[in-house]
Ligand binder design. Structure first.
Ligand code: FMN
Length: 393
C-alpha cells in the first residue's frame, strides 16, 4: 500500500480485512454503522451512512473541490434523479429457500472479484487525499473490488497499477492531447497490466457544470494530470479530453492498439449498445457520467433494462449512477447488470479515510447487498432472476 497521511490511515487503524469483516463491517467503523442488537456483534445488520460520510467530506474539503466532486451539469436534474430511480423498483422476496449466506464473488471479463461493486473512474483524486488514486487502488484491493483508473488521474497509470499489483483493475481512456498521445496511453495501459480499457464515450463536449463555472474551479497548485505527456505545472484544460469526432470505429481500433478488451462507458440506449458490440466492444457500461454530462438524461436505472435486452445474455453489462444502498445493487443485478460501480461514495470514503475509507464504503455496501440477498432468498449474485424486481407502481 502506498504511504498514507492523516490520522485515519495510521497502521493501527488499517487492519487487513478478513472475510468476516467483508460481510459484517466493524461496528466502530466510521462508514459502516450497525444498529445495536442484543448479542453477537457479527449478527448486527450492516448499515452504511453515506449521508453522514458526505457531510464529513464536505467539512474537510475546500468548497470548490467539494462542488467539483458533488456537482452535475446544467440544472442537475439527472444527478438529482439518479438515486431515486433505483428506488422506483421493489423487491419480490422468495421465502423458505434455506439460504443462510449470499455468494458475492463473481468474474468481470474473466477477472475474479470478491464483490460485484467496483470503483468507477473519477478524476483528480489527489484533491481528496494526498495518496489519491494509489490509496483508492489499495482500498479497492483490500475489499476485493475492481477499480477503474481515470485518464485524469493525479498519479500515473503505472504508479497506480504498482500500488495494488495483484488486484485486477481497468483503465479508463479519454482523448489525450492528440490521437498519437491517446494511442500511446492505450498501449501503456496494456503494458502496465490493466485487464480492460474503458472507453468513455459520453464526453464529445464537456458538460456545462454550473458549480464549477461559478467557483472558477481549477486543479489546485501542485497537482497535475500525471498521465499527460505535456502538461506539467501548467493548468490543464478539462476540455482537452473532449471527443466530438469519435465514432464506433474507435472501439475496434483501441482494442487493437491496447491489446485489451474494450468496455464502452456512457451508453444509455439499446441501439447504441448493439452498435458498440457489433463494433467490437466486450462489455457495455450504462452511465450518465454521474449526471455531469447530458442534463436532463434518462437515469441508468431506466436505461439498463433496454440495454440488457438489446445485447443479450452473452455480453456483460454494468451500471453506475446513484447506487447508494445494497438494495440498489440488487435491483441492478436483477435488471441484468453483472456489476455496478460507485463514484461519489468512494470520493467521500477517500476524502474521509484514505484507503480504509474506500474499503469501508465497498465492504459496507457489499454487506448490505449480502444481507438483502439472504432476506430475499437469493444465494448468488451471478443468478439473480429478473422477476426479483417489479416497478413500485
Ligand atoms: C468527481 C467525478 C469525476 C469523474 N471523472 C470521471 C472520469 O475521469 N472518467 C469517467 O469516465 N467518468 C468520470 N466520472 C463519472 C464516474 O465514472 C461515474 O460514472 C459516476 O460518478 C457514477 O455516479 P455516482 O457518482 O452517483 O456513483 C466522474 C464522476 C465524478 C463524481
Amino acid at each position: 500500500m502506498a504511504s498514507t497521511h492523516g490520522p485515519a490511515d495510521t497502521p493501527e487503524q488499517r487492519p487487513t480485512l478478513t472475510h468476516r469483516q467483508r460481510t459484517a463491517p466493524a461496528p466502530e467503523s466510521d462508514t459502516a454503522v450497525a444498529p445495536a442488537t442484543r448479542d453477537d456483534p457479527e449478527r448486527k445488520p450492516p448499515y452504511l451512512d453515506l449521508d453522514r460520510l458526505e457531510a464529513r467530506a464536505r467539512a474537510l474539503l475546500p468548497a470548490d473541490v467539494f462542488g467539483y466532486y458533488a456537482g452535475g451539469a446544467e440544472t442537475e436534474t439527472t444527478l438529482a434523479e439518479a438515486a431515486d430511480a433505483w428506488q422506483e423498483w421493489r423487491l419480490r422476496p422468495r421465502v423458505l429457500r434455506g439460504i443462510a449466506a449470499a455468494q458475492l464473488g463473481t468474474t468481470l471479463l474473466g477477472s475474479e472479484v470478491a464483490t460485484p461493486i467496483g470503483v468507477a473512474p473519477w478524476a483528480y483524486q489527489g484533491m481528496a487525499h494526498p495518496d489519491g488514486e494509489r490509496a483508492t487502488a489499495a482500498g479497492a484491493a483490500a475489499a476485493g473490488a475492481l477499480m477503474t483508473v481515470s485518464t485524469s488521474a493525479n498519479s500515473s497509470l503505472e504508479d497506480v497499477a504498482a500500488s495494488a499489483p495483484a488486484a485486477p483493475s481497468w483503465f479508463q481512456l479519454y482523448r489525450l492531447h492528440s490521437p498519437g498521445h491517446t494511442d500511446d496511453l492505450a498501449r501503456r495501459a496494456g503494458d502496465a497490466g490493466y485487464r480492460a480499457l474503458v472507453l468513455t464515450v459520453d464526453l464529445p463536449l464537456l458538460g456545462r457544470r454550473r458549480r464549477d463555472l461559478a467557483s472558477d474551479f481549477v486543479l489546485p497548485a501542485g497537482l497535475r494530470l500525471a498521465n499527460h505527456p505535456l502538461v506539467t505545472d501548467e493548468q490543464p484544460r478539462l476540455q482537452a479530453m473532449e471527443t466530438p469526432t469519435w465514432t464506433f470505429d474507435e472501439i475496434g481500433r483501441f482494442a487493437d492498439v491496447s491489446g485489451l478488451p474494450v468496455v464502452v462507458k456512457g451508453v444509455l440506449r439499446g441501439d447504441d449498445a448493439t452498435s458498440c458490440v457489433e463494433a467490437g466492444a466486450s462489455a457495455v457500461w450504462v452511465s450518465t457520467h454521474g449526471g455531469r454530462q447530458v442534463d436532463p438524461a434518462v437515469s441508468s436505472a431506466y436505461a439498463l433494462p433496454e440495454v440488457v435486452e438489446s445485447v443479450g445474455d452473452e455480453v456483460e453489462v454494468y451500471a453506475d449512477g446513484g447506487i447508494r444502498h445494497g438494495s440498489d445493487v440488487l435491483v441492478a443485478l436483477a435488471l441484468g447488470a453483472r456489476a455496478v460501480f460507485l463514484g461519489r461514495p468512494t470520493v467521500w470514503g477517500l476524502a474521509t479515510g484514505g484507503a480504509d475509507g474506500v474499503a469501508s464504503v465497498i465492504t459496507g455496501l457489499s454487506a448490505e447487498l449480502a444481507h438483502t440477498m439472504v432476506l430475499c432468498g437469493l444465494p448468488d449474485v451471478a443468478t439473480v432472476p429478473r422477476d426479483t424486481v417489479v416497478r413500485a407502481r
